[in-house]
Ligand binder design. Structure first.
Ligand SMILES: [Ca+2]
Length: 542
C-alpha cells in the first residue's frame, strides 16, 4: 500500500477509536437530567411547552380564514441540549400562523408595579422575512378560534425582520379616553433583532411604573424610553391646536425673497456657450508618430521550448507597448481641450428682500377639544390571552419559556436559569463546531437523517447515530486496506503486524495477484490538456 493511502487508513482507524472513546465518555457518566423550568408563583402567564398534553389543552389554534400554518411542540434539531426541552414550533414557510393561550381571569398592569414580558426565539433556518413577535390580546369575550391580524391587543412586542427592516417592536394600543378609540403607539427607537444565527435569543420588555420602558436582548439592555416622550404618535395630544375655521388671507405675503425687478440678463450673456473648447493654439508635438501603432510584437520574446507548432499552431510573440510612442504618442493626434473663456452658464435672476413680506402664516391656536392627559400610560388596558399571529416566509421558528410577571427580579432569575443555561451550552457547542458550526454541523445533520430512519426501526436515535458513524468509518478503513494493500514501507507493515497481534515471525509474504486480461493495472500518464497549451499562445509575462 502506498504511504498516503496507509496514512488515510491509519487516520480512519484513529477516528474510530477516538470517536468510540468519545461515545464511551458521552454515555458514562450519565449526562445531567433536564428539569422543566418553573418561575415563582406570581407569574401572570407562563409556558415552557415541555408537557405536550398540557400544551394541547392550553393553546388554541385559530380557525380564521387563511391561517392554515401548522404549529407543534418539539425539541427541534440536535443542537439543543435536552431532547425533553420542547418548544413551540412554527412549521410552514409562506403561510399565516395563529395560536393563542388564554390567561385565566385576565391580567392588567397594576398601579405602582412594573410589568415584564419575556420569551425565547430560536431560528433553525435562515430567516428571510417575517415577524417573531407576540401580542397580549385584549377584549372581554375573546374567541381564540377567530384570532387573526385584526384581533384587538394591548401590547405587541418582539422581533420583526424582512429585507432591510429589522427591529424589535413595542407597540402599545392606547385607549383615547375622549373618543374611546384605540390608537397604536410605536416605540420611537426600537433596537435591532438578532436573526442572523441559530442560537436561542431572549427578548424582554420591562414597562415600569414611572412610565419608562426598557428593551433587553439576551439579558443586555438594548434601549430605553418613556411612554410620555418616546412613543410615535405621542400618547397625549397637544393642549392647543390650529383653529380649523381660520385660513390664510388671500393677500397674505409669505415670500421672503423676490427677483430683483431692476436686474435683467445682459444681451451678451450666451447661456449655450460650451464649458470646454478645443485649444486652437496647440500644435502636434514634433516627436508624435502618427503612423506608428500603440503596440508591437515583443522583439525579445522567444518561442517556448515545449511549443509544438504542428499541435499548437503558429507561435506569436506577445504584444508590448511601442517604445517609439513613449516620447509623445502614436496614432491620430487630437487637439486638447481647454476651458472656454466665454462660458457663463445659465443666468440666474438676482434676489432681493420682498418689501411686502409679512411672515409665515400660522393658524390661530385654540384649546384642543380632544385634549386629554394620561399621566400613567403604563396602566394600559387589560389583557386576556397571549397570541402569536405571524405571516412568515421562513419555518423552523421555535418559541419557548414565555413569562409575564410583575416581578423584575424573578424574571431575571428565571432567564438566567433557562436562557442563560441554553446560551452557555450553545456557545460551547458553537466553539466546537456545533450550533452554527461548519463541516461538523453538516456531518451531524447527515448522521441525524440516517439515524431518523434507523430510529423508526426501534433503535434509540443517539445509539443509532453512534453506530452509523462507527460503521461508516470501519467500511472506509476496511475498503482502503483491502483495495490498496501490497508493497509499502516498513513502518506501516510494523503497524499492521502489531495491530492484528502478529509477531515478526509469523508474517505472511503477500503475493500480488496476476492481472487478468481485462484488467489493466498500469496507470496511464495523463495527457497534457490541449487547452492549457493553447493558453500559452501569444502570452508572455512582460
Ligand atoms: Ca421548553
Amino acid at each position: 500500500m502506498s504511504s498516503p493511502l496507509r496514512l488515510v487508513a491509519l487516520a480512519a482507524i484513529c477516528a474510530i477509536s477516538v470517536y468510540a472513546e468519545e461515545v464511551s465518555e458521552a454515555t458514562e457518566p450519565e449526562p445531567p437530567k433536564y428539569e422543566s423550568p418553573q418561575p415563582s408563583s406570581d407569574a401572570l402567564f407562563f409556558e415552557n411547552f415541555d408537557d405536550e398534553s398540557s400544551f394541547k389543552n392550553k393553546w388554541v389554534l385559530t380557525k380564521a380564514d387563511e391561517y392554515d400554518g401548522e404549529w407543534g411542540v418539539s425539541a427541534g434539531n440536535t443542537t439543543v441540549q435536552f431532547a425533553e426541552d420542547l418548544a413551540l414550533e412554527l412549521k410552514n414557510e409562506a403561510k399565516k400562523h395563529g395560536i393563542a393561550a388564554a390567561i385565566d381571569g385576565g391580567a392588567a398592569a397594576v398601579e405602582g408595579q412594573p410589568l415584564v414580558i419575556q420569551y425565547e426565539v430560536r431560528l433553525e433556518n435562515t430567516h428571510s422575512c417575517g415577524g417573531l413577535y407576540i401580542k397580549l390580546l385584549s377584549g372581554e369575550s375573546l374567541d381564540l378560534t377567530k384570532f387573526d391580524g385584526a384581533s384587538p391587543y394591548s401590547i405587541m412586542f418582539g422581533p420583526d425582520h424582512c429585507g432591510g427592516t429589522n427591529k424589535v417592536h413595542f407597540i402599545l394600543r392606547h385607549k383615547n379616553p375622549k373618543t374611546g378609540e384605540y390608537e397604536e403607539k410605536h416605540a420611537k427607537n426600537p433596537p435591532s433583532a438578532v436573526t442572523s444565527d441559530k442560537k436561542t435569543h431572549l427578548y424582554k420588555l420591562v414597562i415600569n411604573a414611572d412610565n419608562t420602558y426598557e428593551f433587553f436582548i439576551d439579558q443586555e439592555s438594548k434601549g430605553k424610553g418613556n411612554l410620555l416622550d418616546d412613543m410615535q404618535p405621542a400618547i397625549n395630544p397637544p393642549k392647543l391646536v390650529d383653529d380649523p375655521s381660520d385660513s390664510k388671507p388671500e393677500d397674505w405675503v409669505d415670500e421672503a425673497k423676490i427677483n430683483d425687478p431692476a436686474a435683467s440678463k445682459p444681451d451678451d450673456w450666451d447661456e449655450d456657450a460650451p464649458k470646454m473648447i478645443l485649444d486652437e493654439e496647440a500644435v502636434i508635438p514634433s516627436e508624435w508618430r502618427e503612423d506608428e501603432p500603440d503596440e508591437v510584437a515583443d522583439p525579445d520574446a522567444k518561442m517556448p521550448e515545449d511549443w509544438d507548432e504542428e499541435e499548437d499552431g503558429d507561435w506569436e510573440a506577445p504584444m508590448v507597448k511601442n517604445p517609439l510612442c513613449e516620447a509623445a504618442g502614436c496614432g491620430k493626434w487630437e487637439r486638447p481641450k481647454i476651458k472656454n473663456p466665454d462660458y457663463k452658464g445659465k443666468w440666474e435672476h438676482p434676489q432681493i428682500d420682498n418689501p411686502d413680506y409679512i411672515g409665515e402664516w400660522k393658524a390661530k391656536q385654540i384649546d384642543n377639544p380632544n385634549f386629554f392627559e394620561d399621566k400613567t400610560p403604563y396602566m394600559f388596558s387589560t389583557f386576556s390571552a397571549v397570541g402569536i399571529e405571524l405571516w412568515t416566509m421562513s419555518n423552523g421558528i421555535f418559541f419557548d419559556n414565555f413569562l409575564i410577571t410583575r416581578n423584575v427580579e424573578d424574571a431575571a432569575a428565571f432567564a438566567a436559569s433557562t436562557w442563560g443555561a441554553k446560551s452557555v451550552f450553545e456557545t460551547s457547542k458553537a466553539s466546537s463546531g456545533g450550533v452554527g458550526g461548519g463541516v461538523m454541523e453538516s456531518v451531524n445533520k447527515l448522521l441525524d437523517s440516517a439515524a431518523d430512519t434507523v430510529e423508526g426501526l426501534g433503535m434509540p436515535k443517539a445509539h443509532a447515530k453512534n453506530s452509523i458513524f462507527v460503521a461508516i468509518a470501519i467500511v472506509i478503513a476496511t475498503t482502503i486496506f483491502l483495495c490498496c494493500s501490497g508493497g509499502g514501507d516498513d513502518e506501516f507493515e510494523e503497524f499492521e503486524n502489531h495491530s492484528v497481534g502478529a509477531s515478526a515471525n509469523n508474517t505472511v509474504e503477500e503475493v500480488p495477484p496476476e492481472p487478468t486480461a481485462s484488467e489493466d493495472t498500469s496507470i496511464p500518464e495523463p495527457e497534457k490538456p490541449a487547452e492549457s497549451k493553447k493558453k500559452k499562445k501569444g502570452k508572455k509575462k512582460v
